[in-house]
Design a protein around this ligand. Structure first.
Ligand SMILES: Cc1cc2nc3c(=O)[nH]c(=O)nc-3n(C[C@H](O)[C@H](O)[C@H](O)COP(=O)(O)OP(=O)(O)OC[C@H]3O[C@@H](n4cnc5c(N)ncnc54)[C@H](O)[C@@H]3O)c2cc1C
Length: 618
C-alpha cells in the first residue's frame, strides 16, 4: 500500500477524472497552473506528511502539551518543532492564496486535497497551523492596510500563529452571550477584558507571536450577537517597523485535560487581568459575528476534512492490519480446502466493514472536494452563475462539517473493530484516531447547531433556491447514469432517495409555516444525516459513471474468473474495480437504509418535544 494516510490514487481520480480540475485552469485566475503541477504538489504533500508529520503522532499524543503555571507558558511536544519549521519554510499554508500575499494561487480544491493529507499526517500540527490561515483571511478581507502589513503576511507564512477566540464559560453554542468587553482607549485602540475558554493553540511555543482574533462587546453595545465586534489581540504588541515590543496582557491560565488531541493545547485565556490588554478593532463595530463567520466558514470546511482525514487514515490502517493478521479458515469454497488460517481481510464480515469504510471515505472525499470546487467556481464567475455556486457552498458547508465528522466517529470505531483487541490498544493508531476525531463533531459549532443552520437558514430562509439547484444537478447525473444500461438500477435507487428527500423537504416547509414548526428543531439532525446520505449517493453515482466504462476497458467480455485474474495483475484495473464496488455497495446497500430514515423523518416528533426533565428518570 502506497500510504496509510490518504489514498493518493483516489484523490487523483476525484480531481482529474471526476471534477476535471484542469478545466479550472482555463480561467485567468488559475491559468498559470496545470494538472501536472497539481499532481506534483499533491505528491510533495504526501512525501512531507509521511516523512515529517506522521512519525510524530505517537509521541505527541503520549507527551501532550504541558502548562507551566509559573510562567503561564505552554510547551508543545518537542517532536512537532522541527516539522513545523519545515512546514512553514515550504510555504504550505498559503498554497491557494494570491501571490500578492505570498501564496501560490492554486485552486481551493487542490488546497483541500493537500489539507486532507496534512491533517492525516498530523491533526495536532496542521490543526494549529490552519488557524493562522483562517485569521489571515479575515484580516485580508476586513483589515486596514496597516493591519495587513503588520499581521496578515506573517500569518499566511506561518511565522506567527493565529487563534479564534469565541467560547466563554457561559457562551458555548450561545455566542450572543459573550461577556468579554472592549473599552475605547480614545486613541483608536481598545482595552480588552474577559476570559475565553477552550482556545486551540491559545498559547504555544512554536512561534514568537500569537495573533488572537477575539469576539468582544464594546461597552454599551447591545446584547446578543448584534453587539459583538472583532478585535486583533496580539500576544506581543508590534511597533511601526514590525518588531515585537511589549508583552500584551493576555495570559494562559491553564489547559484542558481531554479525551484526544493531546498534541494541540486547548487553553483558557484571560485578557486584561492587569487592566492592560490592548486590542485593535478589525472591520466595523458591531459586525464581529459576520466577520467571524468568514473565519468560521473556512474552519467548518476544514473541520469536515479533519473528520475525513481521521476516517481515511483509520480505514487504510485497517486494510493494512487485516492483510497481516491471520485468523480462521476461509469460508470461500475455492480456498476452504486449503489448511491453515487466512488473513482476516478474507472473511466476508471483515470485508463488509472495510468496504463500508471505503465507501464513506471516498464519498466524503468527493463531497469535500466538490464543495471546494464550488468555492473555486464562485471565485471566477459572475452574476447568476456566481450566486448559484455560492449557494451550493452555503448549502453544503454544514453537511461537510457535520456529516463527515459524525461518520468519522463511526468509521474509526469500525476500524477498531476490524483490528479486534489490538484495535483497542495504544500499540496501534486506531484508538488514538477515534479519540482525536470525536472533537470534530463538537467544535466549530456542534453538529446539532450545524443541522439547525442547514434546515432553517440554508434551506427554509433560502426558499429552497440552492436546494433545488442541487437537486437538478443530481437529476443530471441520474440521467447520465441511465444512459448506461448496466447502471440504471443504481440511478433508480439514487432517484428514489432523492425524491424522498424532496418530499420530506416539502413536509418540512409545511411544518415550518404551521403549528408544527417545533418539529423541525427535533428533526434537524436526522434530516442532515439523510441529506448527507443522498448527496453521497449522488456523488457515488457520478463516480460510477466515470469509473465503470474505464473498468470495462479491462474486463469487457471476460468471464468472471478471467476478469479476476486480469485485475489482480493490473493496479489501475484493480483501482477502478474497487471504485465501482464501493459506489455499488454504497448505493445498493447503504443508501437503501436511507429510505427507512426518510420514514423516520415523517414520524411524529411529539415524544421528543413533550418529554420533560423529570420524565427521563425514575
Ligand atoms: C478541544 C477543543 C477545542 C476548541 N477550540 C476552540 C477554539 O479554538 N476557539 C473557540 O472559540 N472555541 C473552541 N472550542 C469550543 C467549542 O467550539 C465549543 O465547545 C462548542 O461550540 C460547544 O459549546 P459548549 O461546549 O459550551 O457546548 P454547549 O453549547 O453547552 O452544547 C452542549 C450540547 O447542547 C446542544 N445545544 C446547545 N445549544 C443548543 C441550541 N440552541 N439548540 C440545540 N442544541 C443546542 C449542543 O448541540 C450540544 O449537543 C473548543 C472546544 C474543545 C473541546
Amino acid at each position: 500500500m502506497a500510504t496509510l494516510l490518504v489514498d493518493e490514487r483516489d484523490q487523483l481520480f476525484i480531481l482529474d477524472e471526476m471534477l476535471e480540475i484542469d478545466s479550472l485552469c482555463r480561467f485567468p485566475k488559475f491559468a498559470e497552473h496545470s494538472a501536472s503541477e497539481i499532481h506534483m504538489v499533491l505528491t510533495e504533500a504526501h512525501k512531507f506528511a509521511k516523512s515529517e508529520l506522521y512519525p510524530t503522532n505517537e509521541e505527541a499524543d503520549r507527551t501532550g502539551c504541558i502548562y507551566d503555571p509559573e510562567t503561564r507558558a505552554v510547551k508543545f511536544p518537542d517532536c512537532l518543532r522541527e516539522p513545523y519549521e519545515k512546514f512553514r519554510e515550504g510555504g504550505w499554508l498559503a498554497i491557494s492564496d494570491s501571490p500578492a500575499v505570498g501564496g501560490f494561487g492554486f485552486p481551493m480544491t487542490v488546497a483541500t486535497a493537500v489539507s486532507e493529507v496534512f491533517y492525516a499526517g498530523s491533526f495536532y500540527l496542521y490543526g494549529a497551523a490552519e488557524l493562522s490561515h483562517a485569521a489571515a483571511k479575515v484580516i485580508e478581507k476586513y483589515g486596514t492596510d496597516e493591519q495587513k502589513a503588520t499581521y496578515m503576511t506573517r500569518l499566511f507564512s506561518g511565522e506567527w500563529m493565529g487563534t479564534m477566540c469565541i467560547t466563554e464559560s457561559d457562551a458555548g453554542s450561545d455566542v450572543g452571550a459573550i461577556r468579554t468587553s472592549a473599552k475605547p482607549n480614545g486613541d483608536g485602540t481598545y482595552l480588552i477584558s474577559g476570559t475565553k475558554i477552550f482556545i486551540s493553540a491559545g498559547e504555544q511555543d512554536l512561534t514568537e507571536n500569537i495573533v488572537h482574533m477575539v469576539l468582544a462587546r464594546v461597552v454599551g453595545d447591545p446584547p446578543g450577537t448584534r453587539g459583538l465586534s472583532l478585535f486583533i489581540v496580539p500576544k506581543y504588541l508590534v511597533d511601526e517597523k514590525g518588531k515585537t515590543t511589549r508583552r500584551n496582557d493576555v495570559f494562559c491560565m491553564g489547559i484542558e485535560h481531554k479525551m484526544g488531541l493531546h498534541g494541540l493545547a486547548t487553553c483558557t485565556l484571560v485578557y486584561g487581568d492587569s487592566g492592560q490588554c490592548t486590542g485593535y478593532l478589525l472591520g466595523e463595530l458591531g459586525k464581529g459575528i459576520e466577520e467571524m463567520f468568514h473565519m468560521m466558514n473556512e474552519q467548518r470546511l476544514l473541520v469536515g476534512l479533519e473528520g475525513l482525514s481521521c476516517s481515511s487514515s483509520a480505514f487504510l490502517h485497517a486494510v493494512d492490519y487485516t492483510m497481516q493478521r491471520l485468523q480462521g479458515a476461509s469460508v470461500y469454497p475455492s480456498t476452504s480446502k486449503k489448511t491453515g488460517s487466512v488473513a482476516i481481510i478474507n472473511h466476508p464480515d471483515v470485508k463488509r466493514m472495510l468496504l463500508t469504510m471505503k465507501a464513506y471515505v471516498e464519498g466524503g472525499r468527493a463531497l469535500a472536494y466538490f464543495t471546494s470546487y464550488c468555492l473555486d467556481y464562485a471565485g471566477v464567475t459572475e452574476g447568476e452563475e456566481n450566486a448559484r455556486w455560492h449557494g451550493l457552498v452555503d448549502l453544503l458547508i454544514p453537511i461537510v462539517k457535520a456529516y463527515l465528522t459524525n461518520n468519522a466517529w463511526d468509521i474509526t470505531g469500525m476500524a477498531i473493530q476490524c483490528a479486534g483487541g489490538y484495535g483497542y490498544c495504544s500499540e496501534y493508531p486506531f484508538e488514538r484516531l477515534a479519540r482525536d476525531c470525536k472533537i470534530t463533531a463538537i467544535f466549530e459549532g456542534t453538529n446539532g447547531i450545524q443541522s439547525i443552520d442547514l434546515v432553517f437558514r440554508k434551506l427554509i430562509r433560502n426558499r429552497l433556491v440552492s436546494f433545488r439547484h442541487l437537486m437538478s444537478r443530481i437529476d443530471q447525473t441520474i440521467k447520465s447514469a441511465n444512459g448506461n444500461k448496466h447502471l440504471g438500477s443504481y440511478a433508480g435507487t439514487v432517484k428514489e432517495a432523492k425524491d424522498g428527500l424532496e418530499k420530506t423537504m416539502e413536509q418540512f416547509v409545511k411544518w415550518a409555516e404551521g403549528e408544527r414548526a417545533l418539529f423541525l428543531y427535533a428533526k434537524a439532525s436526522p434530516f442532515l444525516e439523510v441529506m448527507g446520505d443522498v448527496v453521497l449517493g449522488w456523488l457515488h453515482l457520478w463516480q460510477l459513471t466515470v469509473a465503470y466504462p474505464k473498468l470495462m476497458e479491462f474486463i469487457a467480455n471476460k468471464t468472471p474468473e478471467a476478469a479476476q485474474d486480469i485485475l489482480r495483475e493490473n493496479k489501475t484495473g484493480a483501482f477502478y474495480y474497487g471504485k465501482v464496488l464501493s459506489a455499488k455497495y454504497y448505493i445498493g446497500t447503504i443508501l437503501k437504509r436511507t429510505v427507512g430514515k426518510l420514514e423516520e423523518l415523517k414520524a411524529d416528533a411529539a415524544p421528543v418535544l413533550d418529554v420533560f426533565d423529570e420524565s427521563f428518570t425514575g
